[in-house]
Design a binder for this molecule. Structure first.
Ligand code: NIG
Ligand code: FE
Length: 403
């Protein structure tokens, strides 16, 4: 491919996070100093020392700053209408979070026209991108009728390849007395209408939402039509969600706030040897924005990491339990509150998210990867946790272009 058709060199990178282990200074972040990245046709074409960089049509001078792969936010609920600011205020005044507010958002979402939902997704996707998120997963789950789940996913698919069918978010009010009928509907006509727009299926497996038998049945139906499995598990209390996810070969179990030793062992039992070393095929995706916004105890990332479990960080962006689109905020929380090192948190927010979505083209900077990267207004990845709340994203490249 000719170098003179639209190549772009990002150079004078003081610290480059590649997530290619064994690179440069080593460690899982694969740090390189004084590096450059050549981008062609939306992909990374070359990575190496700045002094050896090939010529390119255009340059971005990082001026000694840090460059990282774009963040991979593997858990977000962006298709909804309205907000629940009053519910948040009540929580901050002492009310507990139970997930009951989901039905409020379902009512608002059903009543909203397509354009309003689309505009909300576009606004939040843009907000996330400006904060460095170049890959995002988007769930349905606030429609909960055949038509509303299908349109939520159709709209989500306009923004991402990683769409997730979450018809089993809660049992909607009109089915409150007959949850078996709702599960039958989710597995039947709702799945049929949703599947063409979905890559994944998810269930909120929790007391007050779906029990383990219903969750297993729904996830198995999704698997049977080719969807990958993810589970909202062990968020509000101990429960069977994590072990169900492992049993079904889920790519990710998400939240993991209340874990037993058996849950941690189950996750660790999915360890396999990757090129980069041992990793678990079921990732624990931690969502510290939810604990922040519900004033709940944080999950213990250290316990999972010490057991060898692969950990991802994601925002859980939604109007109820975590209305943030900021991966840097989640990194800062994970370091301060969940006993992750800054390097572990940055890895979890990039490569970890990619593992949780079973993707090898993002969350990494090596030739052939998608040219998704961020230039920080800081000399090192450490600053993402060290300078919380500060807008440190100077430039974002997505598919090789500045959006
Ligand atoms: O991941 N836990 C279930 N679903 C969302 C919350 C949704 C809501 O409160 O609207 C979550 O936290
Ligand atoms: Fe969620």
């Amino acid at each position: 491919m000719p170098r003179d058709t639209g190549s772009l060199l990002v150079t004078n990178i003081g610290e480059l996070v590649t997530n290619v282990p064994g690179t440069g200074a080593g460690g899982p972040l694969g740090l390189r100093r004084n590096a450059a990245v050549l981008v062609e046709d939306g992909q990374v074409a070359w990575v190496g020392p700045a002094r050896d960089a090939p010529a390119a049509d255009r340059r971005i001078d990082a001026d000694g700053a840090a460059v990282l792969p774009g963040f991979v936010d593997s858990h977000a609920h962006l298709v909804f209408a309205g907000d629940r600011a009053a519910e948040f205020a009540a929580r901050m005044a002492g009310q507990p979070y139970t997930g009951g507010g989901i039905r409020t958002t379902v009512g608002a979402t059903r009543a909203a026209p397509d354009d309003e939902l689309r505009a909300t997704v576009a606004r939040l996707r843009g907000e996330a991108l400006r904060q460095g998120t170049t890959t995002i997963e988007i769930k349905s789950g606030y429609g909960l009728t055949v038509a509303d789940e299908a349109r939520s996913l159709r709209i989500a698919a306009e923004f991402t390849e990683d769409t997730t069918f979450l018809g089993a978010h809660v049992v909607p009010a009109e089915y409150a007395d007959r949850p078996d009928d709702y599960v039958g509907m989710v597995c039947g006509p709702m799945l049929a209408a949703a599947a063409p727009y979905a890559r994944w299926i998810d269930v909120f497996c929790e007391r007050g939402a779906f029990d383990v038998d219903h969750a297993r049945a729904i996830l198995a139906c999704g698997q049977a039509v080719g969807l990958g499995v993810r589970v909202h598990a062990n968020q509000l209390g101990p429960g069977p969600g994590v072990q169900l996810g492992v049993e079904l070969g889920a790519a990710s179990v998400d939240h993991c706030t209340h874990l037993s030793d058996a849950d941690v062992d189950a996750l660790a039992s999915t360890t396999t040897d990757w090129v980069s070393g041992p990793e678990t095929t079921t990732v624990a995706t931690l969502l510290p924005g939810a604990e922040f916004s519900t004033r709940s105890p944080y999950p213990d990332a250290r316990r999972l990491l010490d057991a060898g479990v692969t950990v991802a960080l994601a925002t859980d962006c939604n109007p109820g339990s975590s209305y943030t689109s900021s991966m840097p905020f989640c990194i800062a929380l994970a370091v301060r509150e969940m006993r992750m090192t800054p390097a572990e948190a940055v890895w979890a927010a990039t490569a970890g998210g990619a593992r949780a979505l079973r993707r090898d083209d993002v969350g990494v900077l090596r030739p052939g990867a998608r040219a998704d990267l961020i230039v920080l207004d800081a000399p090192s990845h450490l600053h993402l946790a060290y300078r919380p709340g500060v807008p440190l994203i100077r430039h974002v490249l997505h598919n090789g272009v500045m959006p």
